[in-house]
Design a protein around this ligand. Structure first.
Ligand code: SAH
Ligand code: MG
Length: 210
């Protein structure tokens, strides 16, 4: 088995919200971008325990690209106690808050990706306003509430270079299947005229900046 096959199998074992077929699509489209533009700067919003970062990292590693994996690590609304995606094992006993940073660090270390996947810990909007590096690839999978999703769209998508890739997770055209904001920002990206559709895999949309 190759290093990349091992990484993709390992990603499948990491706790998180990315089905394998979507993770593999994330990997393939990232690799395609990597081949066109090596040594790229990539960023994902929404790190959780590092699952999508391993899929992206597996592609980045082959092209000397770096993935910034951004999260405040306290979870989204639906991850809090009493909500659908709560996981009591991720609560920090010291302050009672959700904290996915230790799990994220263990994932990236175990994957051997510490020089490829670099954590950015803080609110997305704060980091965005102090981040000037153009992005070859942007993966939006952070908060899914309207305010946060639109803030991510507005702050981060302008940083994607022409030819760069924008991927958005949890895009559900059917309101019965999931929340609206990821779908709305996907539509906005198309309507802006700056992005065109490249591919769909499950709830993952892949676009390219024209
Ligand atoms: N990509 C991950 C899943 C991300 S879940 C995987 O593959 O498993 C969404 C994440 O977004 C949560 O970890 C949450 O803490 C983070 N998040 C939500 N709103 C945020 C914000 N405003 N700034 C930074 N991170 C945020
Ligand atoms: Mg998601």
């Amino acid at each position: 088995m190759s290093r990349q096959d091992d990484l993709l199998d390992f990603a499948d074992t990491v706790k998180g919200f990315m089905p394998r077929d979507e993770g593999l699509a994330l990997y393939r489209h990232a690799l395609d971008r990597a081949e066109r533009a090596p040594e790229g700067t990539w960023l994902e919003i929404g790190a959780w325990c590092g699952k999508s970062a391993v899929y992206l990292g597996a592609a980045a590693e082959q092209s000397a690209s770096v993935v910034y994996s951004l999260d405040h690590h306290h979870g989204s609304e639906e991850n809090q106690e009493g909500w659908e995606h709560f996981d009591a094992t991720l609560v920090d006993p010291v302050d009672g808050r959700l904290n996915t940073l230790p799990a994220w660090q263990r994932t990236i270390a175990e994957a051997g990706l510490e020089s490829t996947v670099v954590g950015l810990v803080g609110p997305s909007s704060v980091v965005a306003s102090h981040f000037d590096q153009p992005l070859d690839l942007l993966f939006i999978d952070g908060g899914h509430g309207a305010e946060v999703a639109w803030a991510d769209y507005e702050a981060w998508t302008p940083k994607v270079v022409p030819g760069g890739i924008l991927m958005i997770h949890d895009v559900f055209p059917d309101p019965g299947e999931g929340g609206r904001p990821p779908y709305e920002i996907y539509l906005a990206a198309l309507e802006s005229g700056h992005f065109v559709d490249v591919a769909v895999e499950g709830s993952l949309r892949v676009l390219r900046r024209v």
